[in-house]
Design a binder for this molecule. Sequence first.
Ligand code: ADP
Ligand code: NI
Length: 211
Amino acid sequence: MNQILNDIRYYVKQKLENEGSGHDWHHIERVVQHSEVIAKAEGANHFVCIAAALVHDLADDKIASSEAEGIKEVVNLLGDVNEEDRNHIIEIISSISFKGGNRPPVTTLEAQVVQDADRLDAIGAIGIARTFVYAGSKGDLIYDPSIEPRNKMTPETYRNGQSTAINHFYEKLLNLKELMNTQKGIELAKQRHEFMEEFLSQFHDEWAGIK
Ligand code: ADP
Ligand code: NI
């Protein structure tokens, strides 16, 4: 088991080491780390959670040429994994992405664990940093009060519509706390959420010239 995880880890590390969209190798390492903690607390299957955490971004449309190509790559990478676990891992990575918030809730405990782990990395101080890197890479502004946050988005408008880094907090990040699946995930999200609220409050005060 451990050798398989090491091989997957090595492959993903090589591939994502220089990724600049916020899905770099360090993001994967953090999601693996959160998955370890949550899987243990929730009694989830360790191997499935860690393997899924390692490959969870390989089929992302920012990394793979298409989701189908990305899935094909993951199926090849999981060649030594038994069929049941392999299918489960593929199902997890196909179902956990946010994509504007229109996705149905995930169904297995392991999918819940990895989705929570990925969401934790989108909030708190790390989430704030990733948001500004991502917005910068898209050419979005830090903030523009004339652009309203959107509350309903299709996957296309979520990816390609006009927004700002600050609006992303209202469009997605502040909603994640309520969307956490597991008890451990909810517990870990709490302080990160409060930190984002504090950041936004200070940001708006500075913007208004109050501080
Ligand atoms: P997911 O696959 O869960 O939908 P994304 O790939 O959309 O996550 O996002 C990767 C990182 O970039 C996350 O930290 C996310 O919050 C951030 N991000 C995504 N879309 C935007 C955006 N329009 N503006 C700023 N940050 C974004
Ligand atoms: Ni991710």
